[in-house]
Design a protein. Structure first.
Length: 121
């Protein structure tokens, strides 16, 4: 048996672009939990608040969690250049199209077995 540790997911938003996503494993799941644990707890706390500042804090933390998902789970992007250079996960986050970043986050969460409700930050 040959096991591939990555899966290729074609972008629906940008034809010709594909995400190479690392598959979940026991150790990688534990690593992801360690990376997002504190951010997720803080995010939930701020989401329960009523003030504008608390809502902004929750949104910021949610974005940070999404960035962790991409840096953790997106091994490679195929078919995307940003400013003439092949895109990396960090380039996608910093300079790439936001809709593609969001799609990558959702693809990674799906590969982790998270539903839309479970994957909400």
């Amino acid at each position: 048996m040959t096991y591939e540790s990555t899966v290729r997911v074609e972008s629906k938003a940008r034809p010709g672009v594909a995400f190479i996503i690392t598959k979940i494993s026991f150790a990688r799941r534990m690593d992801l939990i360690r990376r997002i644990r504190e951010l997720a707890v803080k995010s939930e706390f701020f989401k329960s608040g009523d003030s504008a500042e608390e809502k902004l804090q929750a949104a910021l933390l949610s974005g940070e969690i999404d960035h962790v998902y991409v840096s953790w789970g997106l091994r490679e992007l195929a078919g995307l250049e940003v400013d003439g250079v092949a895109a990396t996960p960090d380039v996608l986050a910093s300079d790439g199209p936001e809709d593609l970043f969001r799609e990558a986050v959702e693809a990674i969460k799906a590969e982790c077995g998270l539903t839309a409700a479970e994957g909400k930050n």
